[in-house]
Design a protein around this ligand. Structure first.
Ligand SMILES: [Zn+2]
Length: 120
């Protein structure tokens, strides 16, 4: 699923990066440097998806951050790095939310370390 999303958004980012680079590669220059042009488009497209991949590791929406990253790359990157990780969504096998206080606790925990309630 995440691979399909990555490929889809990579294509979108690739097309978008071509529009950004197009003014620098015109006419005969583009014909002679088409290889470099493609390589730069690929690099830019991968960079554009960087915030989305960071966000996904923190349990956030990949697609939302892919759009965000393509349109406002530097803002999205800083946002993705600065935001706190949602451990419950990122690793649902390992963490759960405490039903009493809402804090993240280990799935195997029998007592909440935050509010000290007993968990079943
Ligand atoms: Zn609790």
């Amino acid at each position: 699923m995440i691979i399909v999303l990555n490929i889809f958004w990579f294509i979108v980012a690739f097309i978008f990066s071509a529009f950004i680079l197009d003014p620098y590669y015109q006419g005969l220059y583009r014909v002679h440097h088409f290889g470099e042009y493609l390589v730069e488009c690929v690099i830019i497209a991968m960079l554009m998806l960087l915030p989305a991949n960071i966000a996904r590791r923190k349990g956030r929406s990949f697609s939302a951050f892919a759009i965000y990253g393509i349109l406002l790359w530097i803002v999205a990157l800083i946002h993705a790095i600065m935001m706190s990780s949602d451990k419950v969504k990122a690793e649902p096998d390992k963490y759960k939310s405490c039903p009493y206080c809402g804090e993240t606790v280990l799935k195997v925990a029998t007592k909440c370390k935050h509010c000290h309630e007993m968990l079943e």
